[in-house]
Design a protein around this ligand. Structure first.
Ligand code: N01
Length: 547
């Protein structure tokens, strides 16, 4: 089959994939390898997905580099060398470009092209995909690799248009260096992005004002350059590492201490938390097995981090303002380099906008309920419309012209089977869709598992001459219920976070992530496949049920 053509002619191909980040690149590689004609559409002018856009100062991944990789190719793993424990955004982008070059992926990626709609044609059993430029393509399989956190949340604050300075969102950072030297900068938001950007901007700006809605826990990353010896060992250990990350709960080979925090004495706990703190990263979450399930256990870890904040921040009043009260880990655990230390700088100030909310952005800066702050630049580190935001940006319509947004009632009734498929949308697959474990771990591991499962499934359909696969309503009802019950057995649902949709005004609340862990989830997906895709209807082209 041929690739698409530009002049408004509809071209038939086997598969359309949206997005050229970790998901889309690997999906393309596998589809092409299996002999399926494939086209990837990407809005940016290069590969990278979120790592193409997130160029803000200090942007870095919080998974350790040697695990933040594809593992499908030993050769690739051994050819690429990371420089430090946590990869910086430019390095990750270089890695993904290296992957695209090595496997000659670009020739099947159409850049600078945003997908506007995807309609399923029930008569032809095909997806019709249309770009914003009016180009159309018809494909048997429609696969989304749009990312879980890629649709920026820019709060609608009165007056932004009147602001005379510059403003930026961390997820849409300019390609050129933004120079804050000598400027008065305001930053709204202190999640993972803000916590990374704040120390770096503070070093450059004349003054940095942090507008904080909710204080956050953060633990030191303890980043350091990798030694040659460390890299040599990591490469040698490839097969073991691959096996371990794939079986693990969060895609990292970090063992969890299988014991309740409440079984240890306060002294023993302090020792365990100190050790985890010193090891760096979010190791505290692994110190005991009930931190995300038991309030009392969680409080011991939460209080430990608050004690570190009090030790680090010299001004007790500021330390108090920076001390969170929610359950540690129920918002995404953040890791940092000198975040709390930054508040000891004379050019940094903290404004609590829960006490005095932002009322308006004026020509000169930000006006809260009790003050006006003159600024030359505003940085929105205000996060994303997670899980469903990027899917809903595309008008996706399945059988009977039902839109995904309507089916999921704008996100309040998201129903998927395994987070991969949804009833009424045949031959559509979501890479790390809602109700898969995705963002609760090291994403490349989750992505590889989904891509490989989807590829095996498509190969199976070809082998068995099956034209259509569609999740059954009862299977997705059961899966969604199971996801909800698992989430309710944890503390996650108690937090106001992007995980629960609480960050987007008007968005329905819910916890659309499978919390059972990567390894158990993989087993469940494999079981479904081994049982001939149990929970799916498999049909011939005449819609005769094959199984
Ligand atoms: O976004 P966030 P993020 N007015 O939603 C505040 C991944 N990631 O971009 O807590 C005022 O976490 C909001 O306040 P509150 C990672 O999965 C990974 O930082 O809602 N403030 C919060 O402080 C992460 O979880 C890496 O009260 C408003 C902040 O903005 C996810 O991306 C790096 C507001 C948003 O925090 C998102 O992180 C970066 C409003 N209207 C990102 N709306 C690494 O791997 C929101 N806020 C290291």
């Amino acid at each position: 089959m041929t690739a698409t053509q530009k002049n408004n002619q509809v071209t038939n191909i086997d598969a359309v994939v949206i997005g050229a980040g970790f998901s889309g690149l690997y999906m393309l590689y596998r589809l092409r390898e299996a002999g399926f004609s494939t086209r990837v559409y990407e809005a940016a002018d290069g590969v990278g997905g979120v790592w193409y856009w997130n160029r803000y100062p200090g942007a870095r991944c919080d998974s350790e580099s040697i695990y933040y990789n594809y593992t499908f190719s030993e050769e690739l793993y051994k050819e690429w060398t990371w420089t430090s424990r946590y990869p910086e955004q430019p390095e990750i982008l270089r890695y993904l470009n290296f992957v695209a070059d090595k496997f000659d992926l670009r020739r099947d990626i159409q850049f600078n092209t945003r997908i506007k709609s995807a309609y399923y044609d029930d008569d032809l059993n095909r997806w019709h995909i249309r770009t914003e430029d009016g180009e159309s393509v018809s494909a048997k399989y429609f696969i989304t690799g749009v990312g879980c956190i890629s649709t920026a949340n820019i709060p609608s604050i009165k007056g932004l248009d009147n602001f005379e300075g510059e403003w930026y969102h961390t997820g849409h950072w300019p390609h050129e260096k933004v120079d804050f030297t000598g400027k008065r900068v305001g930053i709204i938001g202190n999640g993972s992005s803000g916590v990374q950007a704040i120390p770096v901007i503070a070093k450059e700006a004349a003054h940095l004002t942090v507008f904080q809605r909710t204080p956050q826990y953060s633990t030191p990353a303890k980043n350091n350059p990798y030694t040659e010896e460390f890299i040599r060992q990591a490469k040698e250990n490839f097969h073991e590492m691959k096996k371990e990350v794939r079986a693990s709960l969060g895609g990292l080979p970090i063992p969890i201490n299988n014991q309740s925090a409440l079984e240890d004495s306060p002294e023993e706990r302090r020792k365990a938390y100190e050790k985890a703190w010193e090891a760096g990263g979010a190791r505290i979450l692994f110190a005991y097995n009930d931190l995300l399930a038991n309030e009392e256990a969680n409080e011991t870890a939460s209080e430990f981090i608050r004690s570190k904040i009090r030790e680090t921040v010299k001004d007790p009043e500021t330390a108090e303002k920076l001390s969170p009260t929610y359950y540690y880990g129920t918002k995404r655990a953040i890791i940092d380099t000198d975040y709390f230390e930054t508040y000891n700088r004379p050019n940094v100030s903290l404004v609590e906008i829960k006490k005095a909310p932002i009322q308006e952005i004026t020509a000169k800066g930000i006006r809260t309920a009790d003050s006006e702050y003159e600024l030359d630049a505003i940085v929105f580190a205000t996060g994303y419309d997670g899980m469903t935001g990027s899917l809903f940006k595309i008008d996706i319509r399945g059988k009977d012209d039902v839109s995904l947004k309507d089916k999921w009632v704008n996100g309040s009734e998201t129903r998927t089977y395994l987070g991969i498929a949804t009833a009424g949308f045949p031959n559509m697959f979501m890479i790390t869709g809602p109700e898969s474990p995705s963002v609760l771990g090291n994403m490349p591991v989750a992505i590889e598992q989904h891509v490989e499962w989807v590829m095996d499934c498509i190969n199976y359909l070809r082998e068995k001459n099956i034209e259509i696969i569609e999740a059954k309503v009862e299977a997705e009802e059961a899966w969604s219920k199971h996801c909800g019950e698992l989430a309710d057995s944890t503390l996650y649902t108690k937090a106001e976070s992007w995980y629960t949709g609480a960050n987007i005004p008007g968005k329905a609340r819910g916890f659309q992530i499978y919390v059972g862990g990567y390894g158990p989830y993989r087993d469940k997906c494999d079981e479904v496949a081994n049982k001939g895709y149990e929970g799916f209807s498999l049909m011939s082209s005449s819609k005769t049920t094959v199984r």
